[in-house]
Design a protein around this ligand. Structure first.
Ligand code: AHG
Ligand code: MN
Ligand code: MN
Length: 340
């Protein structure tokens, strides 16, 4: 069978690097290493349901090696590969308490923040999960050696690249290096990502809204009014919107990006420890804000700030997130600020 000649992700990365004569190829190298980690995780995720059948569900597998939980596996895969990639100077992971150093002698000029496996509550029930990443240039380009906390606590607007991998009906890689958003689909028979969604632009207007309405009673009055309004009928502006909520941010974001939607995880009074909602600035809200803006959409917190403008204060900081099609995020903001 003759396959059409697809554009591989490596080809695409090299082509965009060519548009920057000053580029050293380090960002391209970093992305390539991350892609190898993603393919490794993808293979493992696809085997997850077979674990019992293959005798790999206990603490040790058939070879007597200890078996890790999928989120641990994803975390270790990225950590180990990136620690000696030579392209980054420090990392932070949603699964790690503090900063993660790189191997001595392998310090590079970028930093990496990642959520190794997003949607972990969906792993056991065969619902799609994902990996999210965010890349910054280290604070001082002249600095060398290990990076530090300061190199990681950076605004979303300063990212040089961000993206995600979704392990769904197919494995897809979606990322941006600041010139729009590109989507690639993994062809498992050749082990390559091919360009399938060039220059993704999110629809101006949403057809879906995504929020965990189980939290309704914990929301403030403005948020409740907005959700009620979305469900009212109005033929002129396309209401009511349809509801879609997977509970894996990667998947909810991906669907909304392609089809047009608004995702909301607002602040709530459910847990006094988490007054800012649930999602993390560095691993979830920040990278998605970058991507949605690159695709023509918008991401806000609902208290008058754009997510991309927030200066992080700690690694695991949580922020409210309202993200998606611009038309709808603008209206949501009016409601949340009590202007409507
Ligand atoms: P993680 O699995 O990385 O901890 O993230 C789960 C997050 C996110 O993916 C999703 O949007 C959200 O949790 C769902 O939260 P609720 O179950 O509270 O709706
Ligand atoms: Mn997550
Ligand atoms: Mn996670």
């Amino acid at each position: 069978m003759n396959r059409p000649l697809g554009i591989t992700v490596s080809r695409n990365i090299i082509d965009s690097q060519r548009m920057h004569p000053e580029a050293t190829g380090e960002l391209s190298g970093l992305l390539s290493e991350l892609i190898v980690a993603a393919k490794t995780i993808s293979a493992e995720v696809n085997m997850a349901g077979l674990a019992d059948i293959l005798g790999m569900s206990g603490k040790t597998n058939i070879q007597g090696e200890s078996v890790q939980k999928l989120d641990e596996f994803a975390n270790n895969t990225i950590k180990r590969r990136m620690a000696k990639s030579g392209y980054i100077c420090v990392m932070t992971s949603e699964e790690e308490e503090g900063i993660v150093p790189v191997n001595e002698g392998y310090e590079g000029k970028y930093t990496l923040a990642f959520d190794p496996l997003d949607g972990s509550s969906n792993i056991d029930v065969n619902v799609s999960v994902g990996t999210i990443f965010s890349i910054h240039r280290r604070k001082s380009s002249l600095a060398s050696g290990q990076g530090n906390l300061e190199d990681l606590l950076r605004k979303g607007s300063e990212q040089v690249a961000a993206g995600y991998i979704i392990y769904g009906s197919s494995t897809m890689l979606v990322f941006s290096t600041g010139q729009g958003v590109q989507g690639f689909t993994l062809d498992p028979s050749v082990g390559e990502f091919f360009l399938s969604h060039p220059d993704i632009k999110t629809p101006e207007k949403s057809i879906y809204f995504s929020a965990n309405e189980g939290n309704y009673q914990y929301w403030d009055e403005n948020m409740r009014r907005y959700i009620n309004w979305l469900k009212e009928e109005n033929k002129e502006d396309g209401r009511p919107l349809s509801a879609r909520y997977i509970g894996t941010l990667v998947s909810d974001f991906h669907r909304n990006l392609i089809k047009g939607g608004i995702f909301l995880y607002p602040k709530d009074n459910k847990n006094p420890d988490k007054p800012s909602g649930k999602l993390r600035l560095l691993y979830e809200a920040g990278p998605f804000a970058y991507l949605v803006e690159q695709a023509g959409g918008r991401a806000i917190t609902g208290d008058g700030r754009n997510v991309s403008d927030i200066e992080p204060e700690e690694l695991h900081q949580r922020v409210p997130l309202i993200i998606g099609s611009k038309y709808d995020v603008d209206i949501a903001e009016d409601f949340l600020l009590g202007r409507r």
